[in-house]
Design a protein around this ligand. Structure first.
Ligand SMILES: Nc1ncnc2c1ncn2[C@@H]1O[C@H](COP(=O)(O)OP(=O)(O)OP(=O)(O)O)[C@@H](O)[C@H]1O
Ligand SMILES: O=C(O)C1=C[C@@H](O)[C@@H](O)[C@H](O)C1
Ligand SMILES: [Mg+2]
Length: 511
C-alpha cells in the first residue's frame, strides 16, 4: 500500500526521462561491477568465493567465481577479458606464469603466482600474496630464532619459507616425499635427524577437504612426542578448520593455528591489488548503504566505514559460516528438537544423525541396537558422522552415544563448534531410549558425562522446562496454550544458543 503510494506520488508514468537515466545508471553499475575468480583443480574446498563475498559487503560489490579448470583450459580463461583478475591455487601457481606479461619481484623470486591483475591496458601482472598471508598467520607466534620444519615442497611451501625467513626463523628444513639435492631438504624417513625442531608447518594438501582425517605425518617412523622442543604447529589448510595434523600436534602439547588467517589475508591483499578494497591507512572508503527510513517511506543513506582490520572481521564471518554447530549430550536431552530450531534461526541445513541412519539403513537406532547389538550400530553411526561432519555450515544433532568411541572425537571437532547440551538427569526424556533402559540414566552419565565435557567447545545448560506456565495450566484450553508456550520457549532458547555460538567464535578470533 505504502509502496503504491510512493510510486503514485512520483508519477513515474509521466517521467520517461527518469526511466531512461535510471536504466542508464543501472546499466553502468552492472558494467562497472568487476568479475574475478579463483583458478585451480578440485577446488570444492575453496572458501575464496565466500571470502570475497564478505569483502564485497564492505566495499563496492564485485563478482567472484570458483574456476575448476584442466590445464589446457588455463590460457583461454586467463586471456578472457571479462575477468579483471584471478586468484590462483594448487596446482597452477607456476603453470600460469607463461601466460602473464609481468611478474612482481616477489612472484619472480618464488616462481609462484597466486594473484593476477589485468591492467587497464590489458597487460597481465602476476603477484604473490601468500607470503603476506602467512606472515599475518604466524606474526604472533614464536618464529624468530626457531628451527622450523616445513612439510611439502610445492608452490605454497616456497611462499611459506620466504615468510618464515622474513619473520627471522633460524633454520628452515623442507621435508619432501622424494629425496632432493638441496642441502635444506630431507625426506619423511629422515625426520628423526631433527628432533630439535621447534615449529612444524604443513604446506601439503594432505588432510584437506574432502580427504579429511589424514596427516602428512601418518605412517612416519617419527612420533610427535619425539620432537622434544616442539612449541608450535601451523597449517596452511583451512578446510577443515582443525586438521588431523593440528589435532595431533595439540595432543602433543603444541600451540596450533589453522590456515584460515592465511587465506583471509592473502585474499585481502589480492582485493587491494585489484583496487576493490582500499589499502590500509588513509583514504578508507565510506560505503553508503541505502536503507528505508523508519516510517517506511523516506529513503535515507546510512554510512558504514570499512573496519580498521577488515581481515579480522572477515575471519569471524567466514568462521561463523564455515563451522558446523554439532550438538552432543545425553539421550533425551533435547538435541534434536533444539538443533532443528537453531538451524531455522541461523538459516543452516539441519542434519539429525539418527534420522539419517534410519533413512540409510531402513531402521531406527533403537531397532538396530536391539536387533544387531551396540557394536554394529556404532560402526554405522561413525561412518554417518564422518560423512556429514566434513561438510560446512550445518547444524548436526548427534545420538547420545556419539562420544563413546574415541575415534569419533576428532571427527566431531575438525570442522565443528561442538555444543554440549547439558540437561539434569531427572529431566531427560527416557522413552524409546534403549541404552538408557539397559543401563539406567545414572550409570550412562557416569560412563559418558566426562566425555561430553572433554569433546565440547561450549557447554549450554538446558535445565528449564519449556512450555510450563503454571497459571495457564488451570484454564480450559491449557493444552493448546502449553503447546504454544513450548514453541515460544524453544525458539527463544534456540536464539540463545545462536548468540552463544557467535560470541564463542568471535572470542576465539579476538583472543
Ligand atoms: N527444556 C525442555 N523443556 C521441555 N521439554 C524438553 C526440553 N528439552 C527437551 N525437551 C523434550 O525432550 C524430548 C527429547 O528431546 P529430543 O528428542 O530432542 O532429545 P535428543 O537429545 O535428540 O534425544 P536422543 O539422544 O534420543 O536423540 C522432546 O520431547 C523434547 O521436546
Ligand atoms: O583456497 C583458495 O581459494 C586459495 C588458496 C591459496 O592457494 C591462495 O593462494 C589462493 O589465492 C586461494
Ligand atoms: Mg535426537
Amino acid at each position: 500500500m505504502m509502496y503504491a503510494w510512493s510510486l503514485g506520488r512520483f508519477r513515474w508514468w509521466k517521467r520517461p526521462r527518469h526511466w531512461f537515466y535510471w536504466m542508464l545508471g543501472w546499466g553502468k553499475a552492472m558494467k562497472d561491477r568487476r568479475k574475478y575468480g579463483v583458478i585451480g583443480r578440485h577446488i570444492s574446498h575453496s572458501l575464496s568465493p565466500e571470502l570475497h563475498g564478505i569483502f564485497a559487503r564492505y566495499t563496492r560489490p564485485y563478482d567472484y567465481e570458483r574456476l575448476d579448470l584442466e590445464e589446457h583450459e588455463l590460457e583461454g580463461v586467463i586471456r578472457n577479458t571479462e575477468y579483471s583478475g584471478f586468484n590462483v591455487t594448487s596446482p597452477y601457481k607456476r603453470a600460469v606464469i607463461p601466460f602473464l606479461d609481468e611478474l612482481t619481484p616477489e612472484a619472480e623470486a618464488l616462481q609462484a603466482v597466486n594473484t593476477i591483475r589485468r591492467l587497464s591496458n590489458g597487460r597481465l601482472v602476476g603477484h604473490n600474496t601468500d607470503v603476506y598471508g602467512f606472515e599475518k598467520l604466524a606474526k604472533e607466534k614464536r618464529i624468530r630464532g626457531r628451527k622450523v620444519l616445513v612439510l611439502g615442497t610445492g608452490g605454497a611451501s616456497s611462499a611459506i619459507c620466504q615468510a618464515l625467513r622474513n619473520l627471522g626463523a633460524k633454520e628452515i628444513i623442507r621435508v619432501s616425499r622424494n629425496r632432493r639435492p638441496e642441502p635444506d631438504c630431507c625426506t619423511y624417513d629422515e625426520l628423526n635427524r631433527h628432533p630439535d625442531a621447534q615449529v612444524i608447518v604443513n604446506s601439503t594438501p594432505v588432510g584437506m577437504y574432502p580427504n579429511n582425517g589424514h596427516s602428512p605425518l601418518d605412517g612416519c617412523s617419527v612420533k610427535w612426542t619425539d620432537f622434544q622442543q616442539l612449541e608450535t604447529a601451523l597449517d596452511a589448510i583451512y578446510n577443515p578448520y582443525r586438521t588431523k595434523f593440528l589435532m595431533d600436534a595439540e595432543e602433543a602439547g603444541a600451540e596450533v593455528e589453522s590456515g584460515l588467517a592465511m587465506l583471509v589475508y592473502q585474499g585481502l591483499r589480492s582485493a587491494q591489488i585489484w583496487g576493490e578494497v582500499p589499502r590500509s591507512g588513509k583514504g578508507r572508503r565510506i560505503v553508503a548503504e541505502q536503507t528505508r527510513g523508519e516510517n517506511g517511506r523516506k529513503k535515507e543513506k546510512k554510512k558504514r566505514s570499512i573496519p580498521v582490520d577488515l581481515g579480522r572481521e572477515a575471519m569471524k564471518s567466514l568462521l561463523r559460516k564455515q563451522l558446523n554447530i554439532t550438538v552432543i549430550g545425553m539421550p533425551g536431552s533435547g538435541k534434536s528438537s533444539i538443533s532443528r530450531q537453531v538451524a531455522i534461526r541461523t538459516g543452516r541445513t539441519f542434519v539429525d544423525l539418527d534420522r539419517e541412519i534410519n533413512k540409510i539403513y531402513g531402521m531406527t537406532s533403537g531397532e538396530m541396537i536391539r536387533q544387531y547389538g551396540e557394536d554394529y550400530f556404532r560402526e554405522r553411526e561413525s561412518a554417518t558422522l564422518k560423512k556429514y561432519c566434513r561438510g560446512n555450515g550445518m547444524v548436526i544433532s548427534t545420538g547420545g552415544g556419539i562420544v563413546v568411541r574415541e575415534e569419533n572425537w576428532p571427527v566431531l571437532r575438525e570442522n565443528s563448534l561442538v555444543v554440549y547440551l547439558d540437561r539434569p538427569l531427572h529431566q531427560l526424556a527416557k522413552k524409546d531410549r534403549p541404552m538408557t533402559a539397559a543401563l539406567g540414566v545414572e550409570e550412562l552419565y557416569r560412563q559418558r558425562g566426562w566425555k561430553y565435557e572433554k569433546v565440547a567447545n561450549l557447554v549450554i545448560s538446558n535445565n528449564r522446562e519449556f512450555g510450563l506456565r503454571e497459571k495457564e495450566k488451570k484454564k480450559a484450553n491449557a493444552k493448546i496454550r502449553h503447546q504454544n508456550y513450548y514453541m515460544e520457549d524453544i525458539r527463544r532458547f534456540a536464539n540463545q544458543v545462536k548468540r552463544r555460538v557467535a560470541k564463542h567464535i568471535n572470542e576465539s578470533i579476538n583472543r
